[in-house]
Design a protein around this ligand. Structure first.
Ligand SMILES: Nc1ncnc2c1ncn2[C@@H]1O[C@H](COP(=O)(O)OP(=O)(O)OP(=O)(O)O)[C@@H](O)[C@H]1O
Ligand SMILES: [Mg+2]
Length: 355
């Protein structure tokens, strides 16, 4: 393993995922590059259909369609995922990378007691006896905050509440001490209190075990509070990315501020209604020329409809990049006027979102 590979847990370079369909080729992921360090948390946000799940499944070496065309590079802990044999890829799941889905029932066995399922996952990695694996399963349930873990280990998935099931799914995910967890909308189905506990749990796991986290969410607030860096996806591409604090304080790509404006704002006693983004995301089998957001963007000019903007760095903000011909934000930066010509902010300021 070379030096560069040991520094980064995950490197995604020029990744493309295409699905040939009767209506044409769907470019679900179009030239995406990403990096993640050990113990680092990356949030991926974007509207439905922007390619978040396809991207995350491809990082796992798990594209569902047999006809999918995948090009580019995914280097996980020094190994090229896309070049691995089916067997090596399977052995990587759980041990190097684990996935937590929105619906925990999809990853849990309906009949087998949950303790046994976790014990099985433990035994996949370590040469431990059945008894030791059982004890470790109970420990793992305690780690993820399941009360009365020894008793609960005997329960079946359907006997548990949604929040408990998600904890069990996370216990399964960390059973083999993966280096990377990919969580695809892990808390969307949960109520706010349970959601907060699960998100705190992810924070702890990343801190204590230096697990890297890729968290996909529709919820900018969740990503703002529980990740270090954010990548905004639009129509299969990265529209903007960077440290959370910078992207929230000074979003440069117009789509990012439009997303922020789409969240309801609570400003003391006043409540500002969310401003939905007009129009719909494009058909990925026939995307618009130029910037893919241009048909929906209030700031679009001729250039935007002609050529796709490349990612460029915001001056003075290393790692904060955006792809926009008319960058600017409707967010008022601390102590000054906005860089854009947009109206006064009708959406949350960074401190409100990150609160
Ligand atoms: N097997 C497939 N064949 C054809 N198209 C596909 C396939 N899988 C995904 N797509 C398309 O790829 C695009 C991206 O899908 P993806 O599931 O990644 O979106 P998403 O950002 O995760 O959306 P959501 O927020 O709704 O989960 C969509 O247009 C989807 O229809
Ligand atoms: Mg998805």
């Amino acid at each position: 393993m070379n030096q560069a590979a040991t520094e980064r847990l995950l490197t995604v370079r020029d990744l493309r995922v295409e699905f040939p369909t009767a209506d044409g080729t769907v470019r679900a992921v179009d030239n995406v590059s990403l990096d993640l360090g050990y113990g680092e948390r990356l949030g991926i946000v974007g509207e439905s259909g922007s390619g978040k799940s396809v991207l995350s499944r491809t990082i796992m070496g798990l594209t569902r369609s047999r006809t999918a065309r995948v090009t580019g590079e995914v280097i996980l802990d020094g190994r090229s995922v896309l070049d691995l044999s089916e067997r090596s890829r399977r052995s990587m799941w759980g041990r190097d990378v684990a996935m937590v889905f929105q619906d925990p029932l999809s990853s849990l066995h309906p009949i087998m007691p949950i303790g046994e399922q976790i014990a099985e996952a433990v035994r996949r990695d370590a040469s431990v006896t059945r008894r030791e694996a059982g004890a470790r399963a109970v420990q793992l349930l305690e780690t993820v905050g399941v009360p009365l873990a020894a008793q609960r280990a005997k329960a079946r998935a359907h006997e548990l509440s949604g929040g408990m099931r998600q904890r069990v799914a996370i216990a399964m995910a960390i059973a083999c001490r993966p280096k990377l967890i990919i969580a695809d909308e892990p808390t969307t189905a949960l109520d706010v209190t349970v959601q907060a506990r699960i998100l705190d749990l992810f924070d702890e796991l990343c801190r204590e075990f230096r697990i890297g986290l890729v968290m996909i969410s529709h919820d900018l607030g969740v990503v703002g509070r529980h990740t270090d860096r954010i990548a905004v996806m639009y129509a299969g591409r990265i529209a903007e990315r960077g440290p959370v604090a910078h992207v929230f304080a000074r979003p440069a790509m117009r789509y990012t501020s439009a997303l922020m404006a789409a969240i309801p704002r609570h400003d003391g006693a006043r409540r500002t209604l969310p401003r939905p983004i007009r129009g719909l995301p494009p058909n990925l089998a026939d995307p618009p020329a130029g910037c893919r957001f241009s048909p929906r963007c209030a700031h679009a000019g001729d250039a935007c409809h002609e050529a796709a903007p490349a990612l460029v760095e915001v001056e003075g903000e290393p790692g904060h990049e955006y792809a926009c011909w008319h960058p600017g934000s409707d967010v008022t930066p601390p102590g000054g006027a906005g860089q854009g010509q947009g109206p006064a902010p009708a959406h949350p300021t960074s401190s409100e979102v990150l609160r």
